[in-house]
Design a binder for this molecule. Structure first.
Ligand code: CA
Length: 364
C-alpha cells in the first residue's frame, strides 16, 4: 500500500495529478538533486550500544553510502545532546531532525503510542510488521504522530524477549505477590495489579540491584543483551517467554519539516533503509540470542524455566483489562486498540495453523 502511494507521489511529481500523500511531502522535483542534507539523530540508547544503538548507527551509515553522501546523519547517544527520554520532544520541536527510540517510552504523554512498540500478549515480530506495513497500523501511527509534527517509521525489532531473571521461583500466581521486579511500561502495570511491585531502573543500575537483592527479578531483553549486561551472574532462574514484550518494534521519527525538505528519492531511501534495519536487527538478535543461550544452558548455576500456564493466563487477563481501562479514558488509545485487537485475533488464528503449528512439530 505504501509503495503504491509512493508511485502516486512520483506520478504527481511528473505533473499528471495533484499530490495525494502528505508523507511524500508533495515534493515536485524528480530530478536527481545534488543538494546535501546534514541531520542530527538523537537516541535513547547509550552511544554505540550493542544491538539497539548500533542499529541506528547502521541506519545513518547506510543512508550516507546509499545516497552517495547526500544525506549525512550524525547519531548521538542518550545524554550526549539531550537526555535519553527527550527524543520525542526535541524531534517534535524541530530542534533536531531525527530520533531513534521506542514508542512506549511516550507512555503518559501519548499512551496510544505503546501499540507501535509492544503490548503484553500482543503481536509478535512478524505480526507487528504485517500490521504496520499492510494491516493499517502505519496509517494510525502517522495520524497519531501528525499532531506532534512527526513522521514515524518502524526501524528495528528485538524479536520476542525473555520473561526475565528471577531469584525467586514462580510456581503459582501467589508467588507474584510482593515480587519486586524491574519491568517498565504496561508489563509493569500488569505485574502491579497481580500483586507485585514494578520498579523502573535505568539499564546501568539493573545488575547491581539484582545482585544486592534490592530487586527480586528483572526483565531486560533476551540472552544476547542480558549476557552482555552480566545478568546471568546475578540470578538463578531465567523464565520464559517474554509475555510483556512479544516482539517490540523500535521507531525512527523524523520532524515533519525536515521530512518534507527531502527530495522524493531520499524519502524513498529512508523508508527502505528503515525496513532493512528492522530485518537486520531481528536477524542480529536471533543469531545473538542463540549463541548466548548456549552459554547460559552450559552454566550449572542457572535454571531456564517456563512460567506456569496459570500464571500466564492470569497475567494475560489483567493485560487486556489494563489496555481496556486506558481506552476508556483516552480516545486515542480507544481508536487504535479496537483495530489492534481485531488484528491480533485474526493473526492468532493464522499463526496457530502456520508458524505455531510448525514450531510444535519440533517437539515431536
Ligand atoms: Ca524488555
Amino acid at each position: 500500500m505504501k509503495r503504491r502511494e509512493f508511485v502516486g507521489g512520483v506520478v504527481a511529481a511528473a505533473g499528471l495529478s495533484g499530490c495525494s500523500k502528505p508523507e511524500a511531502g508533495c515534493n515536485t522535483d524528480t530530478s536527481a538533486s545534488t543538494e546535501t542534507f546534514q541531520w542530527s539523530c538523537v537516541t535513547s540508547w547509550p552511544p554505540r550500544f550493542p544491538g539497539l544503538g548500533m542499529a541506528v548507527e547502521n541506519l545513518a551509515s547506510r543512508l550516507e553510502r546509499a545516497s552517495a553522501g547526500r544525506l549525512k546523519i550524525k547519531v548521538y547517544g542518550g545524554g550526549e545532546l539531550y537526555p535519553a527520554f527527550e527524543v520525542f520532544d526535541v524531534v517534535s520541536r524541530g530542534v533536531v531532525e531525527m530520533g531513534h527510540d521506542a514508542s512506549y517510552y511516550h507512555k503518559g504523554k501519548v499512551d496510544a503510542a505503546q501499540f507501535f512498540t509492544a503490548i503484553p500478549f500482543g503481536l509478535n515480530y512478524m505480526e507487528l510488521n504485517a500490521w504496520i506495513h499492510y494491516g493499517g497500523g502505519l496509517e494510525l501511527w502517522r495520524e497519531l504522530y501528525a499532531q506532534f509534527n512527526l513522521v514515524p517509521f518502524l526501524c528495528g525489532n528485538t524479536g520476542v524477549q525473555m520473561g526475565g531473571w528471577f531469584n525467586k521461583e514462580i510456581n503459582s500466581i501467589a508467588d507474584l505477590k510482593g515480587l519486586k521486579m524491574r519491568i517498565p511500561g504496561l508489563g509493569g502495570e500488569v505485574l502491579r495489579r497481580a500483586g507485585g511491585t514494578p520498579i523502573t531502573l535505568p539499564g546501568a543500575e539493573i545488575f547491581t540491584s539484582l545482585q544486592t537483592g534490592a530487586i527480586d527479578a528483572t526483565e531486560w531483553v533476551g540472552p544476547y543483551n542480558d549476557v552482555a549486561f552480566g545478568l546471568h551472574k546475578a540470578a538463578t532462574y531465567y523464565y520464559y517467554p517474554g509475555w510483556q514484550e512479544p516482539g517490540p518494534g523500535l521507531e525512527c521519527i523524523i520532524n515533519r519539516e525536515a521530512w518534507d525538505s527531502l527530495p522524493v528519492d531520499l524519502q524513498e531511501l529512508v523508508e527502505i533503509t528503515c525496513q532493512s534495519i528492522t530485518t537486520d536487527m531481528a536477524a542480529e538478535y536471533t543469531n545473538g540470542n542463540a549463541n548466548s543461550l548456549r552459554q547460559i544452558q552450559a552454566d550449572p548455576n542457572i535454571e531456564i524455566r517456563p512460567f506456569p500456564d496459570d500464571v500466564l493466563r492470569h497475567l494475560k487477563t489483567i493485560a487486556r483489562e489494563v489496555v481496556e481501562e486506558l481506552a476508556s479514558k483516552d480516545p486515542q488509545v480507544a481508536k487504535i486498540s479496537k483495530p489492534y485487537y481485531e488484528y491480533l485475533e485474526k493473526m492468532e488464528a493464522n499463526t496457530r495453523i502456520s508458524e505455531q503449528a510448525y514450531l510444535d512439530t519440533r517437539k515431536l
